[in-house]
Design a protein around this ligand. Structure first.
Ligand code: UD1
Length: 422
């Protein structure tokens, strides 16, 4: 098993190119199931999760080629099966996103129960509520797999109200509805930029999706979709992670390939701490040059609120600033697993329900810690940059699931980080 060794690194400096968004590319790849023609996706990040989605699509019959770095050609003309097998699905929760497009294209789909990060119960009830509203029958086999079967006359447009604006459910229902008869309305839909990216890709295929990025999405079903080309939006969570790496080391970096609108809540909170974030001709400058930073409070919320995926890296920063901060997690019920690990490094964080109270101004010390999930891993790596001694992070496959060239990009900014094998 690989481990990361991180050592105190001094202020980070230099520039970093942000990759295409993990959370956008996975639904885009799933959407390539819909047309019987080739789709080309560009700026695809080099990630373990993309490899898993590639394997899942290949198992369904896709022919996938990589004509150039970060470009995928996905040809689904020969869809062989509508069953996504356990061995692949268990590796990643987002694999459940193949269910909507499979159901739309073939009239039925069977997907084994998804795996992924252990950051809460993460049910799929809202996805299924949407499929049901469109007329599908849902059949569970123990807790192992779920099957959705459209009626003989096909799926029919409907109004679906989401009890929570789930990102995955919004995407899955959108993909199921594009080939349904009539109009579908998703109410209380997720508004994340990744939803807009998926809607844009679907529309390029000939779909009629309106309102993505607002809380009501209207999908007018069409008969057939055709192949399309699309470039993935930049990864706002990866951008936020490097912004925090710069801030915690009191460094100064330039981020290229960032959409400032997508990272507004992160920018706002960093500014409250005293970090300068400015858009220039070349990209986004993040400047914390050896200055004293102060505390701030954070509450995670669906977009455009503060992203839950940046909660743990931001908490790492808050352990080092002057004053005490409160972090409230409202999206996932079990997303404080990094707290015990940060405390092992000398942080002083107390948990009360879904609230963490961070006493700042701590001098962190290197320790052996575990990347309990993807973003927790990033938080520990960032904390390691300012900890005295060596921080040894295990279970780093979580980090590599979601960050393209993490070690290389960090080292490019001057971070003292290495990957070793046991
Ligand atoms: C996506 C992101 C993940 C991010 C999360 C929230 C991808 C591949 N992953 O995950 O990085 O942290 O959005 O921004 O895009 N829920 C239900 N029933 C459902 C579905 C979800 O109750 O059927 C609940 C979940 O338990 C959770 C909340 O809704 O508490 C948010 O989950 P959701 O938005 O669905 O997250 P994901 O799509 O899994």
């Amino acid at each position: 098993m690989a481990k990361f060794l991180v050592q105190s690194s001094g202020p980070l400096n230099g520039e970093v190119l942000i990759s295409g968004a993990k959370n956008a590319v996975l639904p885009l790849m799933a959407a390539a199931i819909l047309p019987e023609e080739n789709c080309t996706i560009s700026d695809v990040p080099d990630l373990q999760d993309v490899t898993v989605m590639t394997e899942i699509l290949t198992s369904l019959g896709a022919v996938i080629e990589k004509p150039a770095p970060h470009v995928l050609d996905i040809d689904m003309s020969d869809l062989r099966t509508n069953v996504a097998e356990y061995e692949l699905v268990r590796k990643m929760r987002a694999s459940f996103l193949v269910m909507g497009p499979l159901l739309a294209r073939t009239g039925s789909a069977k997907v084994h129960m998804p795996g992924g990060c252990t950051i809460g119960a993460r049910p799929i009830d809202l996805h299924l509520k949407g499929f049901k509203a469109l007329g599908a029958e849902i059949i569970f086999k123990n807790d192992v797999s779920v099957e959705a079967i459209a009626p003989p006359e096909g799926l029919k447009g409907a109004t679906v109200y989401l009890d929570f604006p789930s990102v995955g459910a919004t995407e899955n229902i959108m993909m199921a509805a594009v080939l349904a008869k009539g109009s579908t309305y998703i109410e209380n839909a997720a508004e994340e930029p990744e939803i807009v990216d998926l809607a844009n890709f679907l529309n390029k295929m000939g779909a009629k999706v309106k309102g993505a990025g607002t809380d009501t999405i209207k999908i007018d079903g069409v008969e057939k979709l055709h192949g399309a080309e699309h470039t993935v939006i930049p990864d706002r969570i990866e951008a936020g992670t490097y912004m925090l790496a710069a801030a915690i080391t009191r460094g100064e970096i330039l981020l290229r390939n960032v959409l400032p609108d997508h990272i507004k809540p992160i920018t706002a909170k960093l500014r409250e701490c005293g970090v300068t974030v400015e858009l220039g001709d070349e990209g986004l400058y993040v400047v914390a040059d050896r200055r004293e930073l102060t505390s701030t409070d954070i509450k995670t919320l669906p977009y455009p609120g503060f992203p839950t995926d940046i909660q743990s890296p931001f908490m790492a920063l808050l352990t080092t600033v002057t004053g005490s901060s409160t972090v409230i997690e409202t999206v996932f019920e079990n997303r404080f697993m990094h707290v015990a690990e940060l405390n092992r490094m000398g942080a002083n964080i107390k948990i009360e329900g879904n609230k963490a109270i961070v006493q700042g101004g701590k001098k962190l010390e290197g320790a052996q810690v575990i990347a309990t999930d993807l973003r927790a891993g990033a938080a520990l790596a960032i904390a390691g940059l300012v900890a005295e001694g060596t921080t040894e992070i295990s279970q780093t496959y979580h980090i590599e699931r979601g960050y393209d060239s993490f070690i290389e990009k960090m080292r490019g900014l001057g971070a003292n980080i290495l990957k070793i094998r046991d």
